[in-house]
Design a protein around this ligand. Structure first.
Ligand SMILES: Cc1cc2nc3c(=O)[nH]c(=O)nc-3n(C[C@H](O)[C@H](O)[C@H](O)COP(=O)(O)OP(=O)(O)OC[C@H]3O[C@@H](n4cnc5c(N)ncnc54)[C@H](O)[C@@H]3O)c2cc1C
Length: 576
């Protein structure tokens, strides 16, 4: 069977390519191939369990990094979602779009206005329906987005917004950070300027998580979706891509384009198995070369985070979460309620958090590591919309703590704790993904080179130090705390770095492994039309191509990346 377009992968990017093409009245024939299954079990959408879905093995490729030299030689979890929705089906539901300057930088790098914030903001409005309602009686100072920055009714199929019910200690925690620690407020973190403290907008609504599968819900008849169809490679006639072959040996023909949206760890793999990649790697595994492309798999970037966990004095916080998490019976009852109508405690606990994007102070800006950055990078970091770090509140840490004092259905061990996550932003380290087998079932080798650059180590240390000095050591916080459960053993550079090395995790924001660039950029794997350089009829549209490590959790970027590619295809093939 021949199709006009074949899209590989249904994460935010692939689903958005499809969603854009579905708007064509000319009904091009589109085939969507997805490695995993339907992901149609309703309970996978339980808002309060969004932190746990990634542990389900059938929904996750289960990747790990290679041993990380600067992180205690640990192999760090490098999860990727499998099945309809891709990684959005297993992610934590943080819905952030990043800084205006990220997109304007992208547009400048590739010399195309289509990537500016003003164009991307319009696309967000087509993909997303934003629900602005917050619980009654809550002061809107942490959550009052301006209408002009968001779509409301009449937006797209991806529903985002605030949880209906907030945990009792959410606002007091944010008050502590704003009034006690002096962090600035920002009631509209998705406005293009994320700087400041807000209540988080999540990819969830009415207790139900949203995933990119929601964009595939009402595809017209000219679309075919095939699950359990992992693509091995693209086949070329001369240098034109004409077919894809799955690992099970099925072949599908594409008369116009193949679009790879298999994500930043798998699109490079498909390229390499198709003969597009670094010559040394292709020849080592005897893969016939279609086009040498030395930067396929290079330029990998990511965010990272560490947790800070403290036990609070009994009665010092208003939190009731430990009572819920401490009772399996209560959790079961709540699940019955959630199954019935999406309400109850599974749409309250860990469903709303605080998020802050901040600039760091003079100690960071005058450090030798900052000084030694290229001028263009310093200029980028000085832009008013670009944060230097992120802080996150109310992470349900007890689920990930191996034993210890946390509630696990045992009411004797109820502990009231606070958990903040501190993020490393703007990492300068460039990692890589590499072939390690000729067998397409074997994943690439993933080496993000976490903390491999001196700037990253400085930014990690200063992000953590500044948050500890401002928030954790503030009178308001200290007086409510019994002890630190997880955190550094001191405030020196060495102790702070040691803590990062032992406790850091990837944020799963892998970016840049098939980077987009303008003519003359020798590192560019694709051009600004998403076309793979050196061949015809093949594009990559997912986080692989994004040439900027955006100041956000990356699902939003993946959605608009895919949608931009879809719009370009509609235009180029005169489909509107
Ligand atoms: C545990 C976790 C938590 C996260 N939390 C957040 C968060 O809270 N907020 C946020 O903004 N971002 C978060 N992210 C990141 C975010 O989900 C990703 O940036 C985003 O999903 C990337 O979109 P994508 O379309 O590029 O790739 P993916 O979402 O990874 O989609 C790739 C798709 O391609 C399919 N595929 C792969 N190989 C093949 C093949 N050979 N053939 C056919 N199909 C294939 C996969 O099954 C998948 O459907 C998280 C990610 C993870 C893993």
């Amino acid at each position: 069977m021949e199709y006009d377009f074949i899209i590989v992968g249904t994460g935010p990017a692939g689903a958005s390519v499809a969603f854009a093409l579905a708007q064509s009245p000319k009904q091009p024939k589109v085939l969507i191939l997805e490695a995993g299954g339907l992901n149609d079990d309703k309970s996978l959408r339980t808002d309060g369990q969004r932190w746990l879905t990634f542990l389900q093995q059938d929904l996750n490729f289960g990747y790990k990094t290679s041993p990380q030299e600067h992180a205690g030689n640990r192999q760090i979890d490098y999860s990727r979602g499998k099945g309809l929705g891709g990684s959005s089906a297993i992610n934590f539901g943080v819905f952030t779009v990043g800084a205006k300057h990220d997109y304007d930088t992208w547009a400048k790098l590739v010399n195309d206005e289509e990537f500016t914030w003003s164009c991307m903001q319009q696309r967000f409005k087509k993909i997303v329906t934003f629900h602005r309602d917050i619980p009654e009686g809550v002061d809107p100072k942490y959550a009052s987005p301006l209408a002009k920055n968001h779509s409301s009714s009449g937006g797209g199929p991806l529903h985002v917004g605030y949880a209906k019910e907030w945990e009792e200690d959410l606002i007091p925690t944010l008050d502590l950070l704003s009034e006690g620690a002096g962090y600035p407020l920002n009631p509209d973190h998705n406005s293009g300027n994320p700087i400041g403290l807000s209540v988080l907008i999540s990819s969830a609504y009415n207790g139900v998580r949203s995933t990119s599968k929601d964009l595939l819900g009402s595809l017209p008849e000219n679309f075919t979706v095939k699950t359990f169809s992992a693509v091995e490679k693209v086949i070329f006639d001369g240098n034109r891509a004409t077919r894809v072959v799955t690992v099970d040996g099925d072949t599908f023909l594409a008369s116009k384009e193949v679009i790879l949206s298999a994500g930043a760890l798998d699109s490079p793999k498909i390229l390499m198995h198709s003969g597009i990649g670094p010559l040394d790697q292709l020849s080592e595994y005897q893969i016939p070369v279609i086009h040498p492309s030395p930067f396929v798999g290079q330029n990998l970037r990511d965010h990272a985070f560490v947790p800070l966990v403290h036990q609070r004095k009994p009665g010092s916080s208003l939190s009731t979460r430990s009572v819920f998490y401490g009772s399996l019976k209560r959790q079961e009852e709540a699940m019955k309620q959630w199954q019935k109508d999406g309400t109850g405690e599974w749409s309250k606990y860990a469903c709303e958090v605080g998020i802050g994007f901040f600039k760091l102070g003079e100690r960071f800006l005058t450090s030798k590591e900052f000084e030694r950055l290229p001028e263009s990078e310093k200029e980028y970091l000085r832009d008013e919309t670009v944060p230097h770090t992120e802080v996150f509140t109310h992470f349900p840490f007890h689920w990930f703590f191996p034993g210890g004092d946390f509630p696990r259905g045992d009411e004797d061990k109820l502990v009231d704790y606070s958990c903040f996550l501190v993020f490393l932003y703007n990492a300068q380290s460039r990692g890589e993904v590499r072939l390690q087998s000729r067998d397409p079932k074997v994943p690439l080798k993933f080496d993000p080179k976490f903390l491999g650059h001196e700037f990253d180590r400085r930014a990690a240390v200063e992000s953590l130090r500044e948050f500890i000095e401002r928030a954790i050591e503030s009178e308001g916080f200290k007086k409510a705390v019994v002890r630190q459960i997880v955190g550094p053993e001191g405030n020196s550079d060495e102790k702070l770095l040691e803590f990062w090395q032992q406790a850091m995790s990837s944020s799963w924001h892998m970016t840049g492994t098939a980077k987009m660039g303008r003519d003359g950029d020798e590192e560019a794997v694709v051009d600004e039309e998403f076309r793979v350089r050196g061949v015809k009829g093949l594009r990559v549209a997912d986080m692989s191509v994004v040439p900027v490590l955006v100041s956000a959790h990356t699902q939003g970027v993946a959605y608009v990346t895919g949608y931009t590619c879809g719009e370009k295809l509609l235009k180029e093939y005169d489909l509107l």
